[in-house]
Design a protein around this ligand. Structure first.
Ligand SMILES: Cc1cc2nc3c(=O)[nH]c(=O)nc-3n(C[C@H](O)[C@H](O)[C@H](O)COP(=O)(O)OP(=O)(O)OC[C@H]3O[C@@H](n4cnc5c(N)ncnc54)[C@H](O)[C@@H]3O)c2cc1C
Length: 410
């Protein structure tokens, strides 16, 4: 008989940690996954090295999820990064901190080791794992949930939908959970790609693919107002801006937003003044040589000079005020109209999803359907790169699992 206390739909980090915690809580649990194995996204996380979490106190964590981050206060407090790190240590796969980035990885830098550990843990706790089973719909009949797959029907007292978002559909996340949640009466905030490259109109770095800038000031503008400004790495590709700093900022882009990049780490006034001083000191120096003093890649300097229509051998004394100002602007505040954000195929997470006001952030239970839990990326909350998304998914899973008592909801 396919009857369980809890059925978890989706074997990503959120579903796995819900299942583990509920099973530890003595519930009879089944985990249903449409792929032939669980943890597909864990396998590709951090390019196969699996960046599981980040350094920082819970308060600092909360800031990494934008305005909706406050929803995670309870889950991150109850299951903090320290407890997550402890979990892996206790289970024989300690995490190590890569100091420069603040990211935690398994000491073997292997996503596969993480998935194997979690699978073993589920098996030890006697969680029934069913692979290759796509959930078509979920309904509630009295106190019981009825879960239909193509060939079978499952019955349970509680159900957790942990089907993730719509990004990287190739690994199984095709937005199925939104339909299930909607059918059960939940509102869905329109999903959109996030942690994705940014495309701008008249992109000028097609030839400079591979050049990157560390600790770059990035600003997103909308209607002449700053939406967000922070620092991060920027990578130039053939067609767009990418790199962690760009991916993080992509979460804040709306129609009509623009992107501003400061490649040089000095503001407009400062750089302008420095170039004037340099000109007064030695007007025979070429403009190109002066820009070289700022540790910019040569190919990049050439491209900027071309964009400003400044010849490579032009001397400082010959540089007009107008051209100097164009150059300084390009380097310190290169503002560009955004044409689009990368598609769901390339986005690392999905923003939008099940509306948070209909889910109890202290238990992860639906406020509309007792016994229904919603965990992980399916919800309208998403974080920066750096381990914040897996941590959030697992913290939500643990909170849900801890909140569940055996027996039917009244
Ligand atoms: C390339 C890439 C790299 C990433 N790297 C990192 C990183 O290093 N660190 C980090 O913190 N985050 C990373 N992320 C983001 C992170 O992987 C996700 O935010 C996280 O996995 C979300 O967890 P989840 O359990 O909510 O959903 P998911 O991990 O997406 O899991 C959902 C599961 O549900 C299953 N499913 C969907 N529909 C059904 C259905 N109808 N029936 C049955 N099963 C179903 C899916 O197959 C999937 O296994 C990365 C994402 C990508 C795409």
């Amino acid at each position: 008989m396919n009857s369980f206390d809890l059925i978890v739909v989706g074997g990503g980090p959120a579903g796995i940690f819900t299942a583990i915690t509920a099973a530890e809580n003595n519930l009879k649990v089944a985990l249903l996954e449409k792929n032939k194995r669980i943890g597909n996204k864990i396998l590709i996380a951090g390019s196969g090295k699996c960046n599981l979490t980040h350094t920082g106190a819970t308060k600092e964590f909360l800031e990494k999820y934008g305005a909706n981050g406050k929803f995670l206060k309870e889950s991150l407090n109850k299951y903090s990064p320290e407890k997550f790190i402890e979990f892996f240590k206790k289970n024989g796969l300690p995490l190590i901190l890569v100091e420069e980035s603040g990211k935690y990885f398994p000491e073997t830098f292997s996503s596969l080791d993480v998935v194997n550990l979690l699978k073993l843990k589920l098996e030890k706790l006697k969680v029934t794992i069913v692979h290759n089973v796509k959930i078509e719909n979920i309904s509630k009949d009295g106190d019981e949930f009825i879960i239909n797959t193509e060939n079978e029907t499952y019955i349970c007292d509680k159900v957790a939908i942990a089907t993730g978002g719509k990004s990287y559909p190739g690994v199984g996340t095709t937005g199925d959970g939104y339909i299930m949640a909607k059918e059960l009466g939940h509102k869905i905030v329109p999903p959109a790609p996030a942690l994705a490259p940014i495309f701008v109109k008249d992109y000028m770095f097609e030839e400079l693919s591979g050049i990157s800038f560390q600790d770059t000031k990035i600003t997103i503008w909308k209607d002449n107002k700053k939406v967000i400004q922070n620092k991060g790495a920027v990578l130039l590709t053939h067609t767009n801006f990418s790199g962690p700093g760009i991916l993080d900022n992509s979460r804040y882009i709306e129609n009509g937003s623009s992107l501003e990049i400061n490649y040089i780490g000095k503001d407009y006034e400062f750089l302008n003044r420095e170039i004037i001083d340099e000109m007064n000191l030695d007007g025979k120096k070429t403009v190109k040589k002066v820009l070289g003093q700022y540790f910019l890649p040569e190919r990049f300097i050439r491209r900027i000079l071309t964009a400003a229509e400044v010849a490579e051998d032009l001397k400082l004394a010959q540089l007009s005020k107008e051209k100097r100002e164009i150059l300084v602007k390009l380097l310190t505040s290169n503002k560009m109209e955004i044409s689009k954000v990368g598609s769901f195929e390339t986005a690392m997470v999905t923003k939008g999803g099940v509306a948070l006001e209909e889910v109890n952030s202290k238990t992860m239970e639906s406020k509309k359907v007792p016994g229904l839990y919603l965990v992980g990326e399916i919800l309208d909350v998403d974080g920066d790169t750096g381990g914040y998304n897996i941590q959030a998914a697992c913290s939500m899973g643990v909170l849900a699992g801890k909140s569940m008592k055996r027996g039917k909801e009244k």
